[in-house]
Design a protein around this ligand. Structure first.
Ligand code: DAH
Length: 347
């Protein structure tokens, strides 16, 4: 066979391949193309044995022509392959087309419940002053809820807190003051500086009272805890909760577990103290009870009232939340109404 003949053959084969490659649309056709132009039964493969028939001075050129032919055919194969891949990618992208001008999805983000927001606010305030957090059960002994808080059986002060009895000597705690008894028992006559947030229960039911509500109790016992310390802490707390501009006033009051006992009021934030329906024309809003721990309470809980003294306070979480956020019905705090709660979402 003449080298020129081979050249022509190669050229023709390349042209044929080029033409054929245009029709390739998928991987199957591509494979078929590959085996017919580069496979064992291809023209290319059939040319190699012809080397024997070629005069020796032309063998080199023959080799060159064949390797060129292989190179060309491979190039054609590669470009068909690239074209198919590109086309497949384009189709895929078309299917997954994203319209970047569409508005995004709105994610409904949760938020702190106003009740919980107040608990955290109060807790943070006291942790900053070096208090620790104490806890106690909601199902409590009559002894811890009343007797060790200086409210003996048949004491008229029991009427102040219409408690739920759930068996002989067991009640749903009517105030977090019951945790005072537990903390003092554990502290065995030593110093105490705790707050106790938690749920309490009373037979109450109207717009501002629920059978279940939250309180934060505070108790400090040390050889030199003073009434002045109490007033200072409460003033700081109330300004922290209701704003630095709030006036705070203390009135004498009565609680069986403190002596002297006080109640704290803040100047009305609706009218600024002038008097309005919100503050019942008094200019003041009652906010918490407090006092110096009654010596009986110290003694009843294993403390030496000659060496130690203390102060205590209790405030209603729901009441603070209602005042702070202008909520007029306590039930709203317990209804899990998403529309109502979404008002408190911080953007
Ligand atoms: N336990 C009282 C109540 O539920 C609140 C209270 C008043 C707690 C005075 C105290 C206190 O610790 O000193 O109404």
């Amino acid at each position: 066979m003449e080298i020129n003949e081979i050249r022509e053959l190669a050229q023709g084969e390349i042209q044929k391949a080029e033409e054929a490659s245009k029709g390739i649309q998928d991987a199957v056709a591509l494979n078929l193309f590959k085996s017919s132009y580069l496979g064992k039964k291809s023209v290319l493969s059939s040319l190699y044995p012809k080397l024997k028939e070629i005069p020796s001075e032309q063998k080199k050129e023959f080799g060159r022509v064949l390797s060129q032919m292989r190179e060309e055919l491979e190039k054609i194969l590669k470009s068909a392959q690239d074209r198919i891949e590109e086309e497949q990618l384009r189709l895929k992208m078309e299917k997954k087309k994203v319209d970047i001008t569409l508005p995004g999805y709105f994610e409904n983000v949760g938020s702190l419940h106003p009740y919980q927001a107040v608990v955290r606010d109060i807790t943070d305030f006291f942790l900053g002053l070096g208090f620790t957090i104490a806890d106690g059960p909601e199902v409590e002994t009559d002894e811890n809820n009343f007797e060790r808080m200086n409210i003996p059986k048949d004491h008229p002060a029991r009427d102040m807190q219409d408690s739920f009895s759930i068996g002989e000597g067991i009640v749903l705690r009517s105030h977090t003051s019951s945790v005072q008894a537990r903390v003092m028992e554990e502290s065995k006559g030593e110093m105490v500086k705790v707050i106790c947030p938690g749920k309490v229960y009373r037979r109450d039911n109207d717009a501002t009272h629920s059978h279940q509500f939250g309180q934060v109790e505070g108790l400090v016992i040390s050889p030199n805890a003073t009434f002045a310390n109490l007033l200072e802490i409460l003033t700081l707390l109330l300004r922290h909760l209701f704003g630095e501009k709030r006036e705070v006033r203390f009135r004498p009051s009565y609680f069986p577990f403190t002596e002297p006992s006080i109640e704290a009021d803040i100047s009305c934030f609706e009218c600024g103290g002038k008097g309005c329906s919100f503050c019942k024309n008094s200019g003041w809003i009652e906010i918490l009870g407090a006092g110096m721990v009654h010596p009986n309470v110290l003694r009843l809980n294993g403390y030496d009232d000659k060496k130690m003294q203390g102060f205590a306070f209790g405030l209603g979480i729901d009441r603070v939340a209602m005042l702070k956020y202008g909520i007029d019905d306590i039930k709203k705090l317990y209804e899990d109404d998403v529309d109502f709660l979404s008002q408190f979402r911080k953007e």
